[in-house]
Design a protein around this ligand. Structure first.
Ligand code: ADP
Ligand code: MG
Length: 344
């Protein structure tokens, strides 16, 4: 069941797998949805994993709600400590330091997330590839730093997910090429969001939203209403030309406006085409809707690299997935499970 919104601003349930988009809306913002009479929604926001983590949930007991939010936040810190490529002490950093020399024993959590990353690599013909970081680590967007052509050529030899060997029986990870460096930035936030939602569900919460930057998952609805999530205009991210009414879904957006710098008119951003070692050029943003945030996170990055045509083809092989792509000209493309907004 999904929500659908008519252009007159009303919405209703539809018993169909088709999600119908609502364009615009100034209207939606003008609705200014009233908050419940009592303060039963609890919210918190914290900076973790280099992004903003937000938790919102509905409950009658303030102490219990606070404890739930604290549990989610501490889970986010735990995952960051294990999977950050920037922390020397993380499990991921240990793998990066050692796996080219010998098989490294990994936690089940890290092992499984790398295994899921490799599945996405297989499905996408290598568009999603966590070894992108062998070259990707040479970019520093804040410092406006990028590698030169020769550096890219050399580092590209290490970019290939086939260089990662997983031994499930032993629970070990090995790199079969020197200079391989992995980074889970394209999937770990989605995983963290899914873990957050699981914790809330285990505690009996039925209405919640957990988000980590561009990755969100919604549990239930907003007490009889949908949640509204906007898709930003990539060249004017304060504006959201499309608003999606959502419930019980995960949604991720990858955009070339999140981390970038512009030099000589060229935008250098954080989504790397593993084939070229350079920023992917075929899209400005990709939004993916699906059942869980690990999938939508990895897929938004993947579809971004693939570009609209191949992306829609891949999305249409996945029955639970919908995608909205803004291409390099700013034109919007929708997967076949979505009905484009009615022209007004
Ligand atoms: P964010 O929410 O950080 O903007 P995205 O979901 O858009 O993340 O993914 C971008 C991140 O994914 C990059 O910061 C990088 O860590 C990682 N990444 C970049 N290119 C690739 C790729 N081709 N395959 C896998 N991961 C990638
Ligand atoms: Mg992603």
């Amino acid at each position: 069941m999904s929500h659908f919104m008519r252009t007159d601003g009303s919405y209703q349930h539809r018993r169909s797998t088709t999600r119908v988009l609502a364009l615009l809306a100034a209207m939606v913002f003008a609705l200014n949805l009233p908050a419940p009479a009592r303060a039963e929604w609890f919210k918190s926001e914290q900076a973790v994993m280099g992004t903003s983590i937000a938790v919102q949930l509905w409950h009658t007991d303030a102490d219990f709600a606070d404890a739930c939010i604290a549990a989610v936040m501490s889970e986010m810190h735990r995952i960051d400590a294990a999977m950050s490529p920037y922390k020397e002490s993380s499990e991921l950093s240990k793998v990066n330091r050692e796996a080219a020399r010998f098989p490294v024993a990994a936690s089940k959590e890290l092992f499984d997330l790398i295994a899921r990353s490799l599945e996405m690599s297989e499905r996408s013909g290598g568009a999603f590839d966590i070894t992108y970081a062998s070259v990707g680590r040479m970019y520093d967007y804040r410092a406006r730093k990028k590698p030169g052509n020769a550096e890219i050529e050399t580092a590209l030899k290490a970019v290939n997910y086939h260089h990662i060997k997983l031994d499930r029986a032993r629970g070990t990870i090995r790199f079969t090429h020197p200079g391989v460096y992995i980074d889970l930035g394209g999937i770990a936030k989605g995983h963290a969001v899914d873990r957050g939602i699981s914790l809330l569900r285990e505690r009996g919460i039925r209405h919640a939203l957990v988000s980590a930057g561009g990755d969100s998952r919604i549990l239930g609805d907003r007490r009889g209403r949908p949640w509204f999530t906007g898709i930003k205009d990539p060249r004017n991210p304060q504006r959201a030309p499309v608003v999606l009414p959502l419930s019980d879904t995960a949604i991720s957006t990858s955009g070339d406006y999140e981390r970038y710098f512009i030099e000589d008119g060229v935008r250098y951003h954080h989504i790397i085409n593993p084939g070229t070692g350079r920023s992917a050029r075929a899209a400005r943003s990709v939004t993916v809707l699906g059942p869980d945030a690990t999938t939508t996170d990895a897929l938004s990055t993947t579809l971004f690299v693939l570009g609209p045509e191949k992306a829609l083809k891949l999305a249409d092989t996945m029955p639970e997935i919908d995608a909205i792509i803004i291409d390099s000209n700013g034109t919007m493309h929708y997967s076949s499970g979505l009905e484009p907004p009615a022209k007004q």
